[in-house]
Ligand binder design. Structure first.
Ligand SMILES: C[S@@+](CC[C@H](N)C(=O)[O-])C[C@H]1O[C@@H](n2cnc3c(N)ncnc32)[C@H](O)[C@@H]1O
Length: 264
C-alpha cells in the first residue's frame, strides 16, 4: 500500500522550485560525492521526482552507462522527462518503490532521496532496493527527520499545530532514526552515515524553508482543525520575523550510504 498523497501538477512544480535552491543543490552534490559514480555504471533513481539528481547522475556515468528512474507521480515524471532531454541513456517510468520494475542485480548503484519517508512498508521497500542491486552495489538513501526541526514563530501554539498537520504528509516523518536497523534487516552493510543540516538563519525566498511555506500552507488547511486563515497567518508570521531580522530555521536530513554485500 502506498501512502497518499501523490504529487499533483501544482505540488510537483512547488517541489521543483524548492529543489533549485542552493540548500537542495548542495545536498545533491553531497549525494553524488558519496555515490562516486564511474563512467559506464548502471544507476537506479527510486522516486526520481523532478529529475535534478537523475540528470546529474546521467552526466556522471556518461553515455556508456545508464540511469533508470521510477516515480509514482505522472506530474513529477513529466518534469523529469523535460530535464533529461538530450540524455538518451537516462530513462523514466511510472513505478512503485515497493515493486520495482527491474530484474535482480541490474544496478551498480542506486539513490532514494526523500522517498522512503513516504512509504509505509519500509522493510519491503528496502528489500526491493536490495534485490535490484548487484553484489557490491551501493545505495544512497536520504530522508528528513522532522523531529530535528527548529523553526521560530511568534505564535508558537499555532506553529506547533501547523507542523503537526504537516507531519501527515509523510508515512514516517522520523524515518532516519530507525533506518540503520531497517537497512541491516534488509541485508545491507552500512558504509557511512552523515547528518545533512539545512540552516536558514535569514528569511530569503531562495532558501529551502521559505520555499516550503508554499507547500505546507495548502497541505495543512483542513487538517487537525487548521483553517485557511491560520495557515496564512503562520506564513505571514514567518515573513514578518524575516523583516525584523529575527527569522530562524534549522532541519536535519540524514544520508546513509549502504552496500549489498559481496558473497564470497
Ligand atoms: C520529495 S520528492 C523527492 C524527489 C527526488 N528523489 C529528489 O530528491 O529530487 C518525493 C518523490 O517520491 C515519489 N514517491 C513517493 N512514494 C513513492 C513510491 N512508493 N514509489 C515511487 N515513488 C514514490 C513522489 O512521487 C515524489 O516524486
Amino acid at each position: 500500500m502506498v501512502h497518499p498523497p501523490r504529487f499533483d501538477e501544482k505540488a510537483a512544480r512547488r517541489v521543483e522550485a524548492v529543489y533549485t535552491t542552493p540548500d537542495v543543490a548542495g545536498q545533491r552534490a553531497l549525494i553524488l560525492r558519496a555515490l562516486s559514480l564511474r563512467p559506464g555504471e548502471r544507476v537506479l533513481d527510486v522516486g526520481a521526482g523532478p529529475g535534478f539528481l537523475a540528470r546529474e547522475m546521467a552526466e556522471a556515468v556518461g553515455p556508456t552507462g545508464a540511469v533508470k528512474g521510477v516515480d509514482l507521480s505522472p506530474a513529477m515524471l513529466e518534469l523529469a522527462r523535460g530535464r533529461l532531454e538530450g540524455l538518451p541513456h537516462a530513462s523514466l517510468q511510472e513505478g512503485d518503490a515497493l515493486r520495482l520494475p527491474f530484474g535482480e542485480g541490474e544496478f551498480d548503484a542506486a539513490a532514494a532521496i526523500q522517498v522512503y519517508e513516504y512509504v509505509r512498508e519500509i522493510g519491503p521497500a528496502l528489500a526491493e532496493l536490495f534485490r535490484t542491486l548487484r553484489p557490491g552495489g551501493r545505495a544512497a538513501i536520504l530522508d528528513t527527520d522532522w523531529g530535528s526541526l527548529v523553526w521560530r514563530a511568534e505564535d508558537g501554539g499555532r506553529a506547533r499545530r501547523i507542523l503537526e498537520a504537516w507531519d501527515e504528509h509523510l508515512a514516517d516523518p522520523r524515518l532516519p532514526r530507525i533506518l540503520s536497523s531497517k537497512l541491516r534487516g534488509a541485508g545491507f552493510e552500512i558504509l557511512r552515515r552523515e547528518a545533512v543540516p539545512i540552516l536558514n538563519p535569514e528569511y530569503d525566498p531562495d532558501t529551502y524553508s521559505a520555499g516550503m511555506v508554499s507547500l505546507i500552507v495548502p497541505f495543512v488547511i483542513g487538517r487537525r482543525g487548521v483553517t485557511k486563515e491560520e495557515a496564512k497567518a503562520w506564513a505571514e508570521d514567518l515573513r514578518r520575523l524575516g523583516e525584523k531580522g529575527e527569522y530562524f530555521f534549522s532541519l536535519n536530513r540524514y544520508l546513509f550510504l549502504a552496500r549489498k554485500p559481496v558473497i564470497s
